[in-house]
Design a protein around this ligand. Sequence first.
Ligand SMILES: Cc1ncc(C[n+]2csc(CCOP(=O)(O)OP(=O)(O)O)c2C)c(N)n1
Length: 650
Amino acid sequence: MANAIRALAMDAVEQAKSGHPGMPMGMADVATVLFTQFLRFDPRAPDWPDRDRFVLSAGHGSMLLYALLYLTGYADMTLDELKRFRQLGSRTAGHPERGHASGIETTTGPLGQGIGNSVGMALTERMLAAEFGDDIVDHHTYVLASDGDLMEGVSHEASSLAGHLGLNKLIVLYDDNSISIDGPTELSFSDDPLLRFRGYGWAAERIDGHDHAAITDAIRRAQKSDRPSLIACRTTIAFGAPTKAGTAAAHGSPLGAAEITGARERLGWSEPPFVIPEDIRAEWREAGARGEALRRAWETRLRSLSTGRRDEFLRRQRKELPPDLDQAIAKICDDFRQANAKIATRQASGTVLDTLTRVVPELVGGSADLTPSNNTKAKEQKDVRRGDYSGRYIRYGVREHGMAAAMNGIAVHGGLIPYGGTFLTFSDYARPSIRLAAFMGVGVVYVMTHDSIGLGEDGPTHQPVEHLAALRAMPGLYVYRPADPVETAECWALALHRRDAPSLLALTRQSLPLLRHEAGSDNRSARGAYVLAEAEGERQVTLLATGSEVSLAMTARDALARDGIRAAVVSMPCWELFEKTPKEYQDSVLGSAPRVGVEAAVRFGWDRWLGPRGAFIGMAGFGASAPGEALFPHFGITPEKVAEAARSLL
Ligand SMILES: Cc1ncc(C[n+]2csc(CCOP(=O)(O)OP(=O)(O)O)c2C)c(N)n1
């Protein structure tokens, strides 16, 4: 059965003239034992919520996963798809892409991310079990990881968190083949991963990854462990290939006709390319059919839940939000207006969360050790702890990347909606996982505070300047920079409603005046940009601003009015949403008068809104260490400078 995987991997890579045959051939035995004896899955119900999760963290070995999906009988993974490996429009992309085929739990390829995701999945399993009971939620998360996965920093962060939280249903099968692209791993890697993972609080052992009995025993032990498990499987890369086995030459290139013929001989595999003998195929299909009875038994248990609990469980699986969310947001906006709240948008966000976490029970928060700064912990949220997973707040520690990768895992697992905080400047530390959230289209929410020089004394290391531009450059990510408490609540509503893409809230440390005084529940931020204050009469200039600089533009508008200059102020909380509005709306907002952009960040990206005659007030370099009130004048970001720029355009 393992040789069927090896043959398909060799054949598909050869046909595509590109790909990675080595890992699938090396880990074929481990995968066969896992899929035939342990993994609980049902190809006929790939999204069965209580299935075990299998994450191929070493995404370059994608043919291993595709072969398994084909052999076990997933309807959309046909032999034809294997023959079209790595071709345009096929389900069998170079690296596994979530959504391309059922059975692909998460997108992998950037090494280390899969391990990070798996920690979020395993944690979600425990949290949902604490809420809905072990009868309804009781599954394992299995990961196949390579040397590269273990070298990458994100896996260290995530594994350390998994050990701390005691996620004992997480089992990592490590392809300990001592080979990476440059050659033997001893060129760059002298860790003792077993010692390291034991240090994280994991169980760790080494086995012969070609010995089926040893693999079986090790997985059994791991299933009984009270901690997460790393099973280092000693394997030979490209097992069976006559000259390339055990060498880096087999990692990422087709083996070539002669080598494949030799491998077929050694493995005793006489079938032509892409042909699986009937008896072996039947055995694989039988392995794929094992899960149906388990799934049906689970469905019976689900039916025995009370109607209320069952409906709640299923609502979350459908990613449907509770019906009272919008009403709650409207009430929060009213409260802000009544109080004429002059608070930082991070504080407004904290107030919003106090309500949202009550209305949306699937919201699970956290921060990379900046909880009091990010205002991410709602009043009623309890910490998630080792052994007690009933809380809804995760202490991620100083692990931004691990946090973002784990949040992706929480999101793809289903049943919970993750949000997590850090300083906006440290979005860089989380960026590879943010990119994957955008790429997969999962509704993670990032709460990124301290969003400009306005943060003050911590200085330029902490003051983001290029981050908004960099984040806006990422396809599929919605970047929100609300201007006041009302906009903050509106942006939270938009972020939650968007279940098919990640959202990032850039929030201030410093207090801001309330700008949105008008009553009513129209979510004006939903259009991405809108006229906050129209000119008195025909517009002579339009001031475009985001976040903390909108109030500054409003002051400039008053100053200009005193000189008889008619200026409008446009708040632009979300460029991505504005881009999606009809051109007529955009034209009406932007107007035909000259424009001044105001944002305490770099100009990069702004010119598309400013037009050929536009001016920009913002940052041209890094910030400085001083109180925020001193920095705005120092860098020339003041109402006077905005008014001056406006006058120069007339
Ligand atoms: C973040 C990241 N960096 C680099 C790569 C390119 N890459 C793919 S596989 C690999 C290392 C291969 O070694 P190993 O992980 O041991 O896999 P094996 O050769 O055993 O298949 C590298 C550097 C990547 N996919 N992701």
